[in-house]
Design a protein around this ligand. Structure first.
Ligand SMILES: Cc1cc2nc3c(=O)[nH]c(=O)nc-3n(C[C@H](O)[C@H](O)[C@H](O)COP(=O)(O)OP(=O)(O)OC[C@H]3O[C@@H](n4cnc5c(N)ncnc54)[C@H](O)[C@@H]3O)c2cc1C
Length: 426
């Protein structure tokens, strides 16, 4: 994508398109000579997907208004793995200098089975991943990644981020879309050529504007916690996966190796639309009765836990209609067992910007974006569902699974992800 940055923004390009008077500001302005004003896009949601979309769109020549419902980042107390396919996009968008220092690069993924009583494979990462995929496999504290994206976006002249403004509604007409926003100062409106719904798994754009069904609860709950690395120094350099009956556990280092992130996933039907419901240790441990002592001891270490009801969106629903498109979890929330929800949002952002830059007809561009992304993302969604079954197997099924994993070995297990991690932004 060519960088079409067209010098400093004019005052009216930056003048808070959120118009408190309620009357929409036209986005096409007359211009005399010089470069035409940038085409304007509104992005709802300043999560990983929304911020990456803003950066990609700005780089492709658009001016972008990002609406974020919260005043502060909601990315607290947990980690996120960023695989090479996503890292390449962050690199191309100039984000990596903002986050590189905070990345940890685990040397391997150690796969353990409760049924087999310990390690069944060690999948090399670190240098091996870099050599194989041409980009590193990193893990972050979510807040570090999010802050880096925010700083990168705030450093760009044609991105305007409005915190504390929730997208509430939108009406399309022949040459644009007018959106309604709710904030502390009341209701306001803004206008653009297109609206991108990057507003997460419980998306307003998805449910209210596109009238699509909500994501489905998956009958799984993820408990998340972090501990200082001093409490578990033996876990500082690698990612661990423990698979067992009706549950699994993942741990990896985050925050430049200063903390260990724990994600304990269990079969459970608890439901709540909340990122950060508190949970107590007894509740977590009750799902791990009979597990190896080392695992139970690890689960006893965090002082607090948060829980999150897992959801996904099955194949078959649309992502784009008219001047509205969905991106990231709003389009394709997935189970986290491929560690790819954020990565797919990052890839989406790149492809979306490319489609809008290449095709002047907005409806056509957004449909092309959906066509280009869907097959790959649906493969990831299906793979995550397969892993959900595999990780929680019991009895002879678990033994057969462990034999298969041992037979394949770390190198071949890694090569099974070539299709995913070798993806390149065009
Ligand atoms: C346990 C767990 C582990 C995971 N691990 C990984 C991993 O290792 N690697 C990976 O790539 N992915 C992982 N994921 C998935 C990843 O977290 C998500 O896919 C990713 O955060 C989605 O980003 P998003 O920008 O689409 O949505 P979100 O991060 O949910 O951001 C949406 C934003 O929109 C805002 N918003 C909501 N409604 C409105 C509105 N009406 N108006 C304005 N703003 C609004 C929200 O406040 C929020 O800031 C994991 C998920 C879970 C649950």
């Amino acid at each position: 994508m060519a960088d079409q940055t067209a010098g400093e923004p004019s005052p009216d390009q930056r003048s808070g398109q959120a118009n408190p008077s309620g009357s929409p500001i036209p986005f096409r302005r007359a211009h005399v000579g010089g470069k035409p004003p940038r085409r304007r896009i509104i992005v709802a949601g300043a999560g990983i997907g929304g911020l990456t979309a803003a950066l990609a769109l700005e780089r492709a020549g658009f001016s972008v208004q990002v609406l974020e419902r919260s005043q502060q980042s909601g990315e607290v107390g947990a980690g996120i793995q960023i695989s090479p396919n996503a890292w390449r996009v962050l690199d191309a968008l100039g984000v990596t200098p903002f986050v590189e220092e905070k990345a940890s690069k685990p040397q391997a993924i150690q796969v353990n089975s409760v049924r087999s009583g310990g390690a069944v494979a060690r999948i090399p990462l670190g240098r091996e991943a870099l050599k194989r995929f041409g980009a590193p496999y990193c893990v972050f504290h979510r807040a570090d990644l999010h802050n880096g994206l925010m700083q990168a976006a705030e450093s760009r002249p044609f991105i305007e981020i409005n915190r504390g403004l929730a997208l509430a509604d939108g009406v399309e007409d022949e040459d644009g879309i007018t959106v309604e926003m709710h904030g502390e100062t009341g209701v306001s409106s803004s206008r653009a050529e297109a609206l991108i719904g990057a507003d997460g798994v419980w998306s307003t754009v998805r449910r209210r504007l596109l009238r699509l069904p909500s994501a489905d609860y998956a009958g799984r709950v993820a408990y998340r916690a972090t501990i200082p690395v001093e409490n578990a120094p033996e876990l500082a350099n690698y990612t661990g996966l423990w698979m067992g009956k009706d549950a699994h556990l993942i741990h990896y280092p985050i925050a430049s190796g200063r903390q260990i992130n724990l994600v304990a996933v269990v079969d459970d039907d608890w439901r709540e639309e909340n990122w950060s419901a508190p949970a107590d240790q007894e509740e977590v441990l009750s799902h791990y009765a009979g597990w190896p002592l080392a695992v139970r001891k690890l689960l006893e270490r965090p002082e607090s836990w948060l829980k999150w009801a897992l959801c996904d969106i099955g194949p078959g629903t649309i992502w784009a209609e008219g001047r509205i498109a969905l991106l990231g979890d709003a389009a394709h929330a997935m189970l986290p067992f491929m560690a790819q929800g954020g990565a797919m949002a990052i890839e989406d952002a790149w492809v979306l910007a490319r489609c809008l830059a290449d095709e002047p007809d907005v409806d056509e561009a957004l449909m092309e974006y959906e066509r280009k992304r869907k097959q790959r993302v649906e493969r990831v969604v299906r793979s995550a569902r397969d892993n959900a079954r595999t990780y929680h197997m019991k009895g002879v099924m678990a033994l057969a699974r462990d034999t298969g994993i041992r037979y394949l070995g770390g190198q071949r297990l890694l090569s099974r992800y070539d299709w995913l991690y070798k993806w390149q932004p065009e």
